[in-house]
Design a protein around this ligand. Sequence first.
Ligand SMILES: [Zn+2]
Length: 115
Amino acid sequence: MPARPRAADTLHREFLDQLAALWPPFKGSLTEVRKPCIRPNCPACARGDKHPAFLWTFRAQGRRHCLYVPAELVAQVRQGLDNGRRLEEWLAELGPTWLRGWRQQRDAAPRKSKG
Ligand SMILES: [Zn+2]
């Protein structure tokens, strides 16, 4: 996003448009782990290879949590984590952009009772 100053209503519209494109925004990290299964005499477990699983680690209310992610959802969760990172970067820029826009509008407005 360009950092040029924009009026607050323009900024709001842009925010809503781009927010829709960042659905779903997630936080945390996704790690591939290997875990044993419950099948008796499983060759993969007997070899020590075990089975790939995906663990999503995130913080909520100051505590660390983990959830297993089904294989068919891994791509969506990865995309969501990427969206979440982009949203956070974007939020970091939003306040200063909003303030610069406000200042520019104020400075462009005709001055009252001067001269
Ligand atoms: Zn197994």
